[in-house]
Design a protein around this ligand. Structure first.
Ligand SMILES: NC(=O)C1=CN([C@@H]2O[C@H](COP(=O)(O)OP(=O)(O)OC[C@H]3O[C@@H](n4cnc5c(N)ncnc54)[C@H](O)[C@@H]3O)[C@@H](O)[C@H]2O)C=CC1
Ligand SMILES: O=C(O)C(=O)COP(=O)(O)O
Length: 490
């Protein structure tokens, strides 16, 4: 993995971190043994290998059965891990990764595809937010990438199945910005009901336009939430506390918060709600979920809010409904094509209807800021960076979105001569038997394996591993037809 990688770098490292490096031809199936001629000031040698990253995973081995190096060694040489963070990932995340000793490069915006392809070639870890599209084409250029961290909720920007099939684990932060989005939507409900955006613009332009016509309280109005997940249900509680009636539609039967009521279908929601707000993920089924037909079914003079994904609302249809007076106002935080970074102008080049949209009355347009608060970004930075560290250092997939969740307790320094084997493989019959035959000469202290769709993830801690055995073990596992990625840690 990947098939084009005919050679891999195997580094042999002594305890001082000095390393000798050789190219080993995988196609020739050469076996590798540690170089024994370097001089270690310590009683035993450390060495290791890291397929795909080409890094050294220091493995504690006792040269002659002597005491292990214990605390003196880290799993591998941290400064060799290359991390690229795009889209202004929060300082909390950068700090956690830098403190590990990894090389961290951070860029404020996303990158155009050609630049991303160039950059992705030699990094081991990539951090993105919602703008960076990791298509199979982009990912196919990633020769060393083992993990992607989405420092956001949505993962629709990543080809998750391609990533899994190529041994690239993907993490996100499933709810750290939910409250921020819910609060934004509350602000938008009141802003739309009172036409605050228009009044604000008018006074800025020196126009005094004191009106009460078609300005409403939100108390007693009905909020219709499409998608009652983390954000939808949080919003439900806030809206009820301000006196709104809440109904929701979701493909899953979900417990209502407070007095909210689940309705059986989208039509029932659209025909009853004064405010309709979308909180569904980007999926084929949610594309243009609100289009001409759905807008027609909404109450006359109702409002539409979309802070989910730009694909969910058919914007030209919304423009028509607004011009026709069917919709009294709308708030959009997301768009089908969004610029890569701050400063790009929201023009017809990106979205042909941009000028029409901008000219509408009582339409609030925000630049995808639903999750952009200090609190949310700080929490996301910590959560995702910690998941990345756990994965890189220990192979733990808890919280992964495209791989089964597998964990074993960390190896301690009381467990000498142990190694952790991570074997990502196709989920086909007979693999575990073959893996266990390969591991069979060692004591398997603990093991966990799980599958998600076509991909399975096995983690095993083995003990009594002698110097020289890791390379052979690695090559034996790599020979198995079903293998996607092998890593041996410690
Ligand atoms: N504007 C912004 O800055 C932000 C936008 N988001 C977007 O909001 C979306 C929702 O976020 P969460 O509430 O955290 O997700 P979630 O996964 O907790 O909830 C989504 C809900 O939508 C439901 N759903 C899925 N397909 C549906 C369909 N066809 N019809 C009706 N319901 C359907 C699911 O069953 C689930 O209950 C995210 O996927 C993301 O795209 C998330 C965070 C920030
Ligand atoms: O969390 C999400 O899914 C969002 O849409 C927020 O994206 P962002 O981190 O602002 O690019």
């Amino acid at each position: 993995m990947p098939p084009s990688a005919l050679t891999e770098n195997i580094k042999i490292q002594n305890a001082n971190g000095d390393s000798a490096q050789r190219e080993v031809s995988k196609s020739q199936g050469m076996s590798v043994s540690p170089i024994d001629s370097f001089h270690s000031p310590l009683p035993s040698a450390s060495w290791g290998m890291h397929h795909k990253t080409g890094l050294t995973n220091s493995f504690r081995a006792s040269a002659a059965g002597t005491a292990p190096l214990a605390k003196l060694l880290k799993p591998f040489k941290e400064e060799d891990i290359k991390i690229l963070l795009l889209e202004n990932v929060n300082q909390t995340g950068k700090d956690i990764l830098s403190q590990q000793g990894y090389q961290v490069e951070s860029i404020k915006s996303s990158l155009p595809e050609d630049q991303l392809i160039e950059k992705i070639k030699d990094i081991h870890v990539l951090g993105i937010r919602s703008k960076t599209k990791l298509t199979s084409r982009v990912l196919s250029h990633a020769k060393n990438l083992i993990v992607v961290g989405c420092f956001c909720i949505g993962t629709n920007q990543v080809d998750l199945s391609y990533a899994a099939q190529h041994g690239i684990c993907v993490f996100n932060s499933p709810f750290s910005n939910s409250r921020s989005v819910a609060e934004l939507v509350i602000a938008e409900i009141i802003t739309l009901a009172r036409q605050l955006g228009d009044r604000n613009n008018e006074v800025h332009q020196g126009i005094w336009n004191k009106v009460s016509a078609k300005c409403w309280e939100i108390r007693g109005k009905t909020l219709g939430i499409i998608g009652y997940g983390h954000i939808g249900s949080q919003l439900s509680v806030l809206a009820e506390s301000m006196g709104m009636d809440v109904i929701y539609y979701d493909v899953v039967n979900l417990m209502a918060m407070g007095n909210a009521r689940q309705v059986p279908n989208l039509e029932a929601l659209l025909s009853a709600a004064d405010f309709v707000t979308c909180h569904v993920p980007e999926l084929p089924e949610t594309k243009n979920m609100i289009g001409v037909d759905q807008l027609n079914k909404m109450k006359n003079g109702s409002y539409l809010i979309n802070a989910s994904r730009g694909s969910v609302v058919d914007i030209p249809a919304l423009i028509d409904a607004s011009r026709a007076g069917k919709i009294a106002g709308a708030a959009l935080d997301v768009y089908p094509a969004e610029p890569g970074g701050n400063g790009d102008y929201f023009t017809n080049d990106l979205n042909t209807w941009a000028e029409d949209l901008r000219s509408l009355k009582n339409v609030i347009l925000t630049p995808h800021i639903g999750g952009s608060t200090e609190e949310a970004q700080s929490a996301i930075g910590i959560e995702v960076a910690e998941a990345l560290v756990r994965y890189v250092n220990e192979g733990v997939t808890l919280g992964a979105v495209n791989m089964p969740e597998v964990t074993l307790r960390s190896l301690t320094t009381d467990e000498p001569n142990h190694a952790r084997v991570v074997f990502i493989h196709q989920n086909v019959p007979g693999v575990l038997r073959k893996v266990n035959e390969t591991l069979g000469d060692h004591n398997v202290d603990k093991q966990m394996s799980d599958s998600k769709g076509d991909v399975a993830y096995l983690m095993a801690d083995i003990s009594s591993v002698k110097e020289g055995e890791i390379a052979d073990l690695y090559h034996e596992l790599e020979k198995l037809e079903a293998r996607i990625l092998t890593r041996i840690l410690y």
